[in-house]
Design a binder for this molecule. Structure first.
Ligand code: PMP
Ligand code: GLU
Length: 391
């Protein structure tokens, strides 16, 4: 076989595959309700598009510094300070990449080696374990349960740290569960990481989609020691409906950020100059457009859980952030892959099986779609579950 062991050992992205299949079926004329997508359904705001058009017309179409333009890194530094109380020097502590996925991928290449362990709380976003494996290291999954709202505890963390443990990944608000860590919870996790010298990768891509009353907290802001150990990852995809533009970024200690920068120099060079200009406009704008989208997501969250309340075969974890509801389907006696396949084949409803996130008793429903489609999709799901009851 001509391909590497690394490639053979990598599992493709189910989230991308199912979303693509739903789009394909739609194109063939099926009336698909897609709860699969992990992206806002809103169009990118006009002022952001205009910034990109201006960039093209003004000749900003050449290579930029590999880690991003200094203007964009400054805007990111301002955002980190303003929203997260995190001070990163734009010159050498911030790297802009081709999406937060790319930030995380390059970061893993920069952080870990063979023999190192990376702690990943389950349910986890599909790409984390694969990124760790691609860096030659070992993912170690920390199982969580509904009782703790799928959050790890400081005690559990401490019990799972071995001499090989180097990194912990925290994703709050979480994809796929929608749960959000409180300040207190993060403080106790931070204390363990500081005590045991564990690097924290904090994936904050859903930061702007928090529906709880408590303000969002960045773990890196909880003191000097944890700041030094934390890499804060974010991007414009989810907050500004800019998934296709591919701009993500990270803030870290100088040593980590410059290690990421070196690797990026030899892989992608800079992210697209035009997208960087668009991201600059997004980050420098006031948050009114962003808040309007968030309000709409909040309404949809409230609506979809009401619809799910009508389906006795489904229990769900009330989402406090992001745009996913993680539904417990164990009452059906079927595994998540079977359910996801059947509801797509039989009802034209696309969802992501929990198996992709390390939780086979669940399916993920994304509510980044209109109220009408939520109503129609959950109506079809209710019918399907009614007709496929156990026994
Ligand atoms: N982290 C999580 C948890 C996500 O759901 C996504 C969505 N794809 C990303 C990172 C990456 O987002 P992007 O590459 O579009 O910035
Ligand atoms: N993060 C989104 C999701 O989980 C987009 C797909 C992906 O990048 O995996 O559906």
């Amino acid at each position: 076989m001509p391909v590497s062991f690394r490639a053979k050992n990598t599992v493709g992205s189910t989230t991308l595959a199912i979303t693509a299949r739903a789009k394909e079926l739609k194109a063939q004329g099926h009336d698909v309700v897609s709860f699969a997508a992990g992206e806002p359904d809103f169009d990118t705001p006009d002022f952001i598009k205009k910034a990109a058009i201006d960039a093209i017309q003004n000749g900003l179409t050449k290579y930029t510094p590999s880690s991003g333009t200094i203007e964009l890194r400054q805007a990111i530094a301002n955002k980190f300070q303003r929203d997260n109380q995190l001070s990163y020097n734009p010159k050498d502590q911030i790297v802009v990449s081709c999406g937060a996925k790319h930030s995380l991928y390059t970061l893993m290449q920069a952080l870990v080696d063979a023999g190192d362990e990376v702690l990943i709380p389950a349910p986890f976003w599909v790409s984390y374990p694969e990124m760790v494996k691609l860096a030659g290291a070992t993912p170690k999954i920390l199982e969580t349960c509904e009782k703790t709202k799928f959050k790890i505890t400081a005690r559990q963390l401490e019990e799972n740290i071995s001499p090989s443990t180097k990194v912990l990944i925290i994703n709050s608000p979480s994809n796929p569960t929608g749960t959000v860590y409180t300040r207190k919870e993060l403080e106790s996790i931070a204390a363990v990481c500081v005590k045991r010298n564990i690097v924290v990768v904090s994936d904050e891509i859903y930061e702007k989609l928090c529906y709880a009353n408590e303000p969002f907290v960045s773990i890196g802001s909880l003191g000097k020691d944890i700041y030094n150990l934390t890499v804060t990852v974010n991007g414009v995809s989810k907050a500004y409906a800019m998934t296709g533009w591919r701009i993500g970024y990270l803030g870290a200690s100088k040593e980590i950020a410059q290690s990421v920068a070196k690797i990026q120099d030899h892989s992608t060079s800079n992210p697209t100059s035009i997208s960087q200009a668009a991201a600059l406009a997004a980050l420098n704008a006031d948050e009114s457009t962003l808040n309007a989208m968030k309000e709409e997501f909040r309404k949809r969250r409230d609506f979809i859980v009401k619809c799910l309340d009508q389906i006795p075969q489904i229990d769900y974890i009330y989402p406090e952030g992001a745009f996913y509801v993680f539904c417990n389907i164990s009452k059906t006696g079927l595994d998540s892959d079977t359910i996801a396949k059947k509801v797509l084949d039989e009802k034209d409803v696309a969802c992501i099986p929990g198996s992709s996130f390390g939780a086979d008793d669940y399916i993920r429903l994304g509510f980044a779609t209109s109220m009408e489609r939520i109503e129609e999709g959950t109506r079809r799901l209710a019918e399907w579950f009614q007709n496929n009851q156990r026994g």
